[in-house]
Write a new protein. Structure first.
Length: 55
């Protein structure tokens, strides 16, 4: 849960909204048997872009 709520677009939410998102994630986990273990994994991809100034 901590990792999910620490992503930048969620961490930037006001406390009440972040708490509501956290509850929705907990509800999703509780209602999804495949996520009911002690650890739930989700795919996460990081993209990196590099730009060079030509002049």
């Amino acid at each position: 849960m901590d990792r999910t709520l620490s992503t930048s677009f969620l961490a930037a939410l006001p406390d009440a909204e972040r708490a509501a998102v956290g509850q929705r994630v907990r509800d999703l986990i509780a209602g999804t048997p495949a996520l009911s273990g002690p650890v739930a994994t989700f795919p996460y991809r990081t993209a990196m872009h590099r730009a060079l100034r030509l002049s």
